[in-house]
Write a protein that binds this ligand. Structure first.
Ligand SMILES: *[C@@H]1O[C@H](CO)[C@@H](O)[C@H](O)[C@H]1NC(C)=O
Ligand SMILES: *[C@@H]1O[C@H](CO)[C@@H](O)[C@H](O)[C@H]1NC(C)=O
Ligand SMILES: *[C@@H]1O[C@H](CO)[C@@H](O)[C@H](O)[C@H]1NC(C)=O
Ligand SMILES: *[C@@H]1O[C@H](CO)[C@@H](O)[C@H](O)[C@H]1NC(C)=O
Ligand SMILES: *[C@@H]1O[C@H](CO)[C@@H](O)[C@H](O)[C@H]1NC(C)=O
Ligand SMILES: *[C@@H]1O[C@H](CO)[C@@H](O)[C@H](O)[C@H]1NC(C)=O
Ligand SMILES: *[C@@H]1O[C@H](CO)[C@@H](O)[C@H](O)[C@H]1NC(C)=O
Ligand SMILES: *[C@@H]1O[C@H](CO)[C@@H](O)[C@H](O)[C@H]1NC(C)=O
Ligand SMILES: *[C@@H]1O[C@H](CO)[C@@H](O)[C@H](O)[C@H]1NC(C)=O
Ligand SMILES: *[C@@H]1O[C@H](CO)[C@@H](O)[C@H](O)[C@H]1NC(C)=O
Length: 426
C-alpha cells in the first residue's frame, strides 16, 4: 500500500469509527449468529463488525451502516478475527471511494417500498411481509402483498412527499435517480448481469432484518435451494443438447417500430443455460425497421432459421396480445413457413400479471426465483408437454394470462414463503 493511500484510508476509518462509537453507545449485538457471504453478485458487499454491519452497494456507491439494536450478548458469528479482516477490507474500500453512509438500526421494525420495478417477492421468501407498512402504488404482482393491502395492513404513500417516506425505519427503492433521504436503501438486483447474481440479492435484504440464516437457506449451492436447483436444471439441460441445440430469438418491438434481438446479458444467459443458442450469435444486423421493406425481408429470412421465438414486446394490453398480434407486428399476413409457428413455439413472459394491468411478475417473482424461469425455458426449448410453466405462456398454443389477485394468497403470511423447487435429475 502506498503511503498516500494509507493516510487517506486512515482518516476515513477514523471518521467511520467515530460514527460507530457515538451511535452504538448502549447497544450490543442482537445478531442471529450467522452471516451472509456474497458468492456470485458483483454489486454489493457485506462487512461484519461486533455491533454493526456495513453493506456497500456499488450500483450507487452508497454504504449502509447498520447498528444492532437490543442488548443481547454474545454474538457467536462475529469473531474478532473476522472483525480484523473486515476492518482491513473496509479500509481498502474506503481508500478507493470514500462513500457516504446511510445509518439504520437493525433489525428494522418496519419498512416501506417504492413499488416501481421492485421485486417484493424477496421479502416474501425472507418472511418479512408483516413489517411492510407502506407502498407507493398498488402496481404489484404479489397476491399476498395485495391481500395485506386490501386488509388495511399496508398504507399507500406518496413518493414525492418526503415526510411520508420518513415515517418508516427504512424505505426500499430500486430507483437510483431520486433524491435520497437517510432512511433510503437502494435495492438493485436488476443491475447484475446474470440470473443467479440477481437472486443472491436476497442476502442484501436479509442483512437489514438480521435474517441472514434465512437468506442463506434460500440462496445456496449446498442445500436444496434456488441456486442449487438452478445449477441442477442447467446440468440437465446440457445433457439434452447433445442431439439438438434449438436456436432462440428473444426479440422485441419498440414504440418506434424497430424490432431488435435482445442484447441483455441475463436473457442471453438464460437461453444458454436452458440449452439453446441465441440467434444473435450468428448475425450482424441487430435492428429492423418495420417501415423498411428490406429490413422486413431480412428479419423474415432470419426468423426462418429459428426454432423458438420469445416475444418480449412491451404492450399496454397483455391479455389481448396473441399470435395474431405477433404476426401483424412482423408484417406477415399469409402462411409463412416459420418452424416456430409450425412447431408452436412462440412465447411471452407475461403469463402472470396483476389483475388486468401491465404489472408483470416477470419483474418480481422471476428475479427472486430464476430456477423457475430456467425450468420454463427448458420446457419451451425441449417440450415434454408435462410441465406447467410459471412466467412464460405459449401464444402459438393460445395460452392466456393468469390474473393475480389477493384471493390467490393462500399461505400464512407470518411464515416465510418457500422457494419452488423443480424436480431435477442431473
Ligand atoms: C403526491 O404529492 C404531490 C406533491 O407533493 C402531489 O402533487 C400529488 O398530487 C400527490 N399524489 C397523490 C396521488 O396524492
Ligand atoms: C416504524 O418504526 C418506527 C420505529 O423504528 C416507529 O417510530 C414508526 O412509528 C413506525 N412506523 C410505522 C408506519 O409503523
Ligand atoms: C450451465 O452449464 C453450462 C455448460 O454445461 C456452463 O457453461 C454454464 O456456466 C452453466 N451455468 C451456470 C450458471 O453455472
Ligand atoms: C423507420 O423507417 C421509416 C421509413 O424509412 C422512417 O421514416 C423512420 O424514421 C424510421 N424509424 C426509425 C426509428 O429510425
Ligand atoms: C411498458 O410500457 C408502459 C407504458 O405503456 C411503461 O409504463 C412501462 O414502463 C414499460 N415497461 C418497460 C419494461 O419498459
Ligand atoms: C387474437 O385476439 C384477437 C382479438 O383480441 C382475435 O380476434 C384473434 O382471433 C386472436 N387470434 C388468435 C390466433 O387467437
Ligand atoms: C420442430 O419440429 C420438428 C419436426 O416436426 C422436430 O424435429 C424439431 O425437434 C422441432 N423443434 C422443436 C424446437 O421442438
Ligand atoms: C410426466 O411426468 C411424470 C411424473 O411427473 C412422469 O412419470 C412421466 O414419465 C412424464 N411424461 C413425459 C412424457 O415426460
Ligand atoms: C380484477 O379487476 C376487475 C376490474 O378490472 C375487478 O372487477 C375484479 O374484482 C378484480 N379481481 C381480482 C381477483 O382482484
Ligand atoms: C400463522 O403462523 C403463525 C406463526 O407460526 C401462527 O402463530 C399462526 O397461528 C398461523 N396462522 C394461521 C391462520 O395458521
Amino acid at each position: 500500500m502506498s503511503s498516500s493511500s494509507s493516510s487517506t484510508s486512515t482518516s476515513a476509518t477514523w471518521k467511520f469509527q467515530l460514527l460507530v462509537l457515538l451511535l452504538s453507545w448502549g447497544w450490543f449485538s442482537g445478531g442471529n449468529g450467522d452471516i451472509s457471504k456474497v458468492e456470485d453478485a458483483q454489486n454489493f458487499h457485506v462487512y461484519y463488525g461486533q455491533t454493526f454491519k456495513v453493506i456497500k452497494n456499488s450500483i450507487d456507491g452508497r454504504s449502509y451502516l447498520l447498528i444492532q439494536l437490543g442488548f443481547h450478548n454474545p454474538m457467536p458469528g462475529f469473531s474478532s478475527r473476522l472483525m480484523g479482516q473486515t476492518t482491513q477490507e473496509w479500509q481498502k474500500e474506503q481508500s478507493i471511494a470514500p462513500p457516504e453512509s446511510n445509518l439504520l438500526s437493525v433489525p428494522l421494525s418496519n419498512y416501506s417500498v417504492d413499488t416501481d420495478f421492485f421485486p417484493v417477492s424477496f421479502f416474501e421468501l425472507l418472511g418479512l411481509l408483516e413489517s411492510m407498512k407502506g407502498i407507493t402504488s398498488t402496481s404489484l404482482a404479489s397476491e399476498c402483498v395485495m391481500k395485506l393491502y386490501e386488509g388495511g395492513e399496508i398504507d399507500i404513500i406518496n413518493k414525492t412527499e418526503p415526510q411520508q417516506l420518513s415515517l418508516y425505519a427504512a424505505h426500499f427503492t430500486s430507483q437510483t435517480d431520486q433524491p435520497q433521504a437517510c432512511n433510503f436503501a437502494i435495492f438493485a438486483p436488476l443491475g447484475e448481469d446474470y440470473p443467479l447474481q440477481r437472486a443472491e440479492w436476497i442476502k442484501f435484504l436479509g442483512v437489514f432484518a438480521n435474517v441472514e440464516t434465512r437468506a442463506n437457506q434460500v440462496y445456496s449451492a449446498v442445500r436444496i435451494t434456488v441456486k442449487s436447483n438452478y445449477l441442477c436444471l442447467n446440468k440437465s439441460a446440457a445433457s439434452k443438447t447433445q442431439s439438438f441445440k434449438p436456436i432462440v430469438a428473444w426479440m422485441e418491438l419498440d414504440t418506434q417500430g424497430i424490432w431488435s434481438f435482445n442484447q441483455e446479458t441475463f436473457k442471453l444467459k438464460y437461453v444458454e443455460d436452458a440449452g439453446g443458442e441465441n440467434v444473435d450469435n450468428s448475425i450482424n444486423k441487430k435492428t429492423f425497421n418495420i417501415s423498411i421493406p428490406d429490413d422486413l425481408d431480412d428479419l423474415h429470412a432470419i426468423l426462418c432459421t429459428v426454432d423458438v421465438v420469445i416475444d418480449g414486446t412491451n404492450t399496454s394490453d397483455p391479455i389481448n396480445y396473441n399470435q395474431s398480434t405477433f404476426l401483424k407486428n412482423i408484417d406477415v399476413h399469409d402462411n409463412f413457413c416459420f418452424a416456430f409457428i409450425t412447431n408452436q413455439s412462440l412465447w411471452r413472459y407475461d403469463k402472470r400479471i396483476q389483475n388486468n394491468s401491465i404489472t408483470l411478475d416477470w419483474y418480481d417473482g422471476a428475479v427472486a426465483q430464476p430456477q423457475l424461469v430456467l425450468a420454463d425455458l427448458i420446457e419451451a426449448l425441449f417440450p415434454t408437454g408435462n410441465y406447467t410453466t410459471t412466467f412464460f405462456r405459449n401464444i402459438a398454443k393460445g395460452e392466456g394470462v393468469v390474473n393475480i389477485g389477493a384471493s390467490m394468497c393462500d399461505r400464512n403470511i407470518s411464515i416465510a414463503m418457500e422457494p419452488t423447487i423443480i424436480p431435477c435429475q442431473e
